[in-house]
Design a binder for this molecule. Sequence first.
Ligand code: FES
Length: 190
Amino acid sequence: MDLKRRILLWTIGLAGGVGLIFGSVPFIRSLLPSEKTKVAGAPVSFDLSKLMPGEQHTLQWRGKPIWVLKRTSAMSRSLDEVRHELRDPDSEVSSQQPEYARNESRSIKPEYFVCIGLCTHLGCVPTFRPDTQSQDLGKDWHGGYFCPCHGSKFDLAGRVFKGVPAPTNLVVPPHRYRDPQTIVIGEDSV
Ligand code: FES
């Protein structure tokens, strides 16, 4: 085969490959949920390997902020330390979490906490306050969430403190683990 013929065949092969790649993009896109579907409630997944201990990530599900927190061991210990200060430490208001998250850590795996980041008083977004012995929240503060609108406080399992306007614990959405490193929000754990 002469050189010209070979170059011609390579060019045709290359053009075909590029065409195949670009041609498949719309097809692959069509398999992913559209923005409209996500707002309507399609499940969203998150790669937990992105989180260091003590870090929290916010994602969106059904137009709401969803927090995924990887607790440190000190954070997990704090759940017991603040228990006596909480309004519903045992998550007895059952509408606030699925049954599989009705435990002290309000989660499936104690090191990961997932909840809807909206205050149960009037729906403001509380701030993540993992600091302890804070100047503004008091020397007994063990870390948690603080709502700047009217001062409601929640622990690191989203359990509401006594004596604040929010009536109930933060809401834990349906979620499950697709594999040890991937959490899916919007689908129940079986
Ligand atoms: S909205 Fe959070 S305390 Fe009122």
